[in-house]
Each structure stands twice: as C-alpha cells, then as structure tokens.
Design a protein around this ligand. Structure first.
Ligand code: URA
Length: 474
C-alpha cells in the first residue's frame, strides 16, 4: 500500500490530528503506512471528509491533548501508533508503563506539563496605555506549542482585563469578551517595566522565606532563563545575600514573643540549688535533663578560671554533642582559625554556650540544628551567669544574637549593638556567631564578613589586655 501523507499545521493541531485519525481509522490505514508532517506549515490540509468519530478512553484523549503540544516532530506518529493499538484490543495499553510507545508519550506529556506550569507561574503582564485604552501585555518563550492550551487558565484569571500574550510561536488576545489566537509576536512589543513592577517585587519579597534559602533549588524551580521577564528576579540576589540577617531577625522576633509568653519559673528552681563553685555548678548542669529531649549530654564550658576572655556561643552542635566539648565542629574550626589569626590562643580563653544541650530535628540520618527558643535561653540563663561569676573573665563576648539575648536578658540586634557592651556588670562585646559566616552564600560577602569578625577579635584582644593575659604573639 502506498504511504498516506498527512500534513498538519504548525503548532498543536488538535483538530487536524483528530480529523486525520478519523479518516485513517475509517480506511483501516495502519501506522506504518502513514507519513506525518507537522510543525512546518501554518495551514492545515486536514481532509474535510473525515470519517466517523473514534471513541477513545478518556485517559488516551487526555494524553493526546498534552502530547500534541510537544515540539517533537514524531509525536503524531507515536500517538497514532497508540490509538491504533488501543482500538485493536489493547484498551488498557496506557497502563503498561514499560511499553516503548507509552513510555515515550509519557515523557512528552511530562515535558509539556512542566512547560505549562512554568508559563502559568512565570508570565508577567506589563501595562500598556494606547489608543484602545488600558491593556496588559506579556512576553513569554515556551518550549512547546502550549500557547492555546494556556488560554483557559489566563482567561479565567484575568477575565476582567484586556490583555495580550505574545510568544515566538503565536499570541493570544483577550478583549474581556472574545479570545483571538494570533500570529507570533515580538519581545520588543512588550514594555520592559511599568508601574506594576513594584507590586510584583513587593509581593515576592513578602513571600520570600530567608530561612529556607536554597539557591540551587530556586534556580531549578525558577530557571534563570525566565528571570528576564520577572520584575521580582531583580530582588533575588539581594534577598539571598541578606537572608542570614533576616533569619536572625526572625529568630529575634520569635524570641521576643516567647519571652512575653513564658513566666520566669526556671530561675527560681536553679537558684535553690546554690552551687558554691564551678565544679559544683558543672555537676548540676551535667546531671540535668535537656529541655528538649534528644541531646546526648550537657556540653560544659571549658578554659581557665580567670581567663582574660570568655566566648559565649548559642548551643552545642552535632559534633559538640557527640564529643562533649564546645566549639569543636565546623563553627569551632572557623572560630579557632580566626582566634589564631587575631593572635588569641584558644587555650587561654574560656569557651561556653548560652544553652547547654544540643537541640535538633532528625532528618533521615542527619540531626539538623534547631535554634533554641527564648524560653529555652532563659531557662539556661541563670546557669550561664553563675558560670561567669565563677570563671571571672576580664571580658565576655557574645557570639551571635542568642548569646546576646542570654547575656543581656533582652532581644538585641547584632547589626545595631555590635561592639562593646556590658552584661550584668561584666565588660562585654557583641559580635556575630561563626555559623553566620559559614551560612553566607557567596565568597565575596563571606570574605568581608570574616574580615569584620577578625577586626572584632583584634579589638577584643586589646580590650582584654591581651598582651598580658591571652598570650598574644607579638
Ligand atoms: N555553635 C555554638 O554556638 N556552640 C558550639 O559549641 C558549637 C556551635
């Protein structure tokens, strides 16, 4: 039999394909006798004398509607092969995921769905005031022929506005009543920005959660090639860069609320125990239960009594919990390196934490650090102040906001309070936590923040009369 040529119009020619399938099935033309060409001409040559309707399972009809939008020139041949087999006894063929044709079609469907999702999510209208009045215009570059398939979505959402969506493969125009499908558009027909922009940016910034920053995932979810069209994309770099600061602000806010809610019960209970020296205090702390169950042990402070400087961190991390010593994990390594660079011998200073137990969330095999609440910080505060009373350091350094909260009893911002301070009669100093430096997303910011931390440490060394008491290298 001579091959039957079917020429469909460019794009997703659903009507042309349906008509062709009716005629082919009516003529009992098997898939190997059909040559399909689509995506090359703007005009359909679908036969007008199509055969009777073909009844297909709903799942197959759904699949066709998606796959037809794919750019793959073989999509029609694959679809017709599927239809042929479904109509010749394999009604449940779509359930056979291992079948080569089904597998290929499912891959095409997935790609089209992803493209639809991206267009729904990343298309941005710009306002255009022309002779016809107010109109909204958007430019988008889809991977597949999905423009018509998205029409319902945009008409539903923006029914009350007059808008046009321009793409390199076709356009949609809605005048509040009628939808017109038109030829391809040009990017230059869409203004680069408008008064709407600030609104989008503000919305995006308000929904951006700095505690969940994952630049790799963001790029996957919002691929960089869409950023050009997204006003809010301009904020992304800045938002990522300031994320650690904003997380700190969120923690402070949470802390302030907890302080309001929690009456001070813990302090009274601890004061009753009345330890007379650091050894007694440490025995009490070591025997205590963690406020939040899970920690292996209480991690006690370490260093000489009468140390020139006492560094106070937040709480032990995973490694500190396992080893039972403060600042021995990644933050500890950074701290050690910075101390050495500032000429401070770690062995000569006292190092401890505001909270003595590691608090974490188990995720698979990993124990993910969780910040202590203000209530928890407050619970441990009496111990910390007693510890400092026994250690009698020349200067107390708060590393980060949690330590500053513990030492001052107040919510303080690092940015505003960084530098010299006073903690219940101890000369003090507030600086960032080493983990903050580890979390910074890019090298340049990290370098600057580390340099500032180093300046703080050098100042601390001077303040604590470092030459005499910390064994500074000259
Ligand atoms: N972070 C802290 O605050 N303390 C430690 O001991 C380790 C990490």
């Amino acid at each position: 039999m001579e091959a039957v040529q079917i020429v469909l119009r460019q794009g997703a020619d659903l009507d042309g394909f349906r008509a062709a399938v009716r005629r082919l099935i009516a003529g009992a033309v098997s898939p190997q006798d059909v040559v399909w060409s689509g995506g090359e001409t703007l005009f359909a040559t679908a036969p007008p004398d199509a055969g009777p309707p073909v009844a297909l399972p709903r799942a197959v009809a759904d699949l066709i509607e998606h796959v037809i939008c794919h750019r793959d020139p073989d999509r029609y041949a694959y679809l017709y092969a599927l239809i042929w087999r479904v109509l010749h006894g394999e009604r449940a063929l779509l359930d056979v995921q291992s079948d080569r044709v089904v597998h290929r079609l499912e891959m095409l469907r997935k790609a089209v769905r992803r493209d639809l999702h991206k267009m729904h999510a990343f298309l941005r209208f710009r306002r255009l005031d022309d002779a016809g009045g107010e109109r909204f215009v958007a430019w988008f570059e889809p991977d597949h022929y999905i423009v018509e398939a998205t029409a319902g979505f945009f008409v539903d959402r923006f029914r009350g506005l007059a808008w046009s969506i321009l793409t390199p493969v076709g356009s949609l125009h809605w005048d509040r009543e009628r939808l017109i499908v038109g030829p391809p558009g040009k990017r230059s027909d869409v203004p680069d920005s408008d008064g709407f922009e600030a609104g989008w940016t503000q919305y995006y910034e308000s929904t951006f959660n700095p505690a969940r920053v994952n630049p790799a995932l963001m790029r996957k979810e919002m691929p960089v090639r869409y950023w050009r069209n997204l006003p809010e994309a301009k904020s992304i770099a800045r938002l990522i860069q300031t994320a650690p600061e904003r997380v700190e602000a969120m923690i402070r806010q949470e802390a302030a609320m907890t302080i309001k809610r929690n009456p001070d019960k813990a302090v009274a209970a601890m004061a009753d125990q009345n330890p007379r020296n650091l050894g007694e205090l440490n025995r009490i702390i070591a025997a205590s239960e963690p406020l939040v169950p899970g920690a292996t042990r209480a991690v006690l402070g370490e260093g000489p009594i009468g140390a020139a400087v006492a560094f106070v961190g937040e709480q032990p991390g995973d490694q500190e919990d396992l080893e039972g010593r403060p600042f021995v994990g990644p933050a500890g390594l950074l701290l050690n390196g910075a101390l050495a660079e500032a000429g401070i011998d770690r062995g000569s200073v006292y190092v401890t934490n505001a909270v003595k137990h590691f608090k974490f969330e188990q995720r698979g095999k990993r124990r993910m650090h969780q910040s202590p609440t203000a209530g928890e910080v407050k619970h441990y505060r009496w111990w910390l102040m007693k510890e400092l009373e026994f250690v009698r350091p020349g200067l107390v350094v708060a590393l980060g906001a949690t330590a500053a909260l513990a030492l001052t009893g107040k919510v303080v911002t690092i940015r505003r309070n960084r530098g010299e301070a006073e903690f219940d009669g101890f000369p003090g100093y507030i600086t960032v936590h080493p983990s903050y430096l580890l979390r910074l997303p890019d090298e340049e910011t990290k370098r600057d923040a580390y340099a500032a931390f180093l300046r703080d440490l050098k100042r601390i060394a001077v303040l604590a009369d470092h030459k005499k008491r910390c064994g500074e290298r000259s």
